[in-house]
Design a protein around this ligand. Structure first.
Ligand code: ZN
Length: 138
């Protein structure tokens, strides 16, 4: 069995954004040489997510509005966690949107359903953060 590990680094210049990281995951898969197996992709920070959905700008706007309704960033003082910090909303958004995804690898390719793409969800940006890609198989 092969095992391959790679860290993807991001420095989002704004507080919140969704980035399609499918090309970087496909690149890691090609580097791994794995043809049949599994890819795990997880955010290594508790204020960011990795999730799978559609690469459609209207939907990304809808996610932003929905998450702000669930866990509004402001006022910062509404959260107990914001005791010297201001990112309680980012922790909550991360929990809703998830930590990781697992994608099957079949014949050397990510075995997606229709329109599936992998996204990095940043909820407290303006600093360098990592995503782990772990690939196992043969
Ligand atoms: Zn925090």
């Amino acid at each position: 069995m092969k095992a391959y590990r790679k860290e993807l680094w991001f420095d989002v210049p704004i507080r919140r954004a969704f980035l399609n990281i499918t090309p970087q995951v496909e690149e890691a898969l090609a580097e791994s040489g794995v043809r049949e197996g599994l890819v795990l992709v997880n955010a290594m920070h508790i204020t960011a997510s990795v999730f799978i959905n559609d690469d459609e700008s209207g939907l990304h706007h809808d996610f932003e509005v929905w998450l702000e309704r669930l866990a509004p960033e402001k006022p910062h003082a509404q959260y107990r966690h914001n005791n010297g910090e201001d990112n309680a909303d980012a922790h909550l958004k991360r929990s809703v949107m998830g930590r990781e995804v697992v994608v099957a690898v079949t014949n050397g390719r990510l075995d997606f359903g229709p329109w599936e793409q992998i996204f990095y969800g940043e909820f407290d940006g303006r600093r360098r953060k990592r995503v782990l890609v772990k690939i196992i198989g043969e």
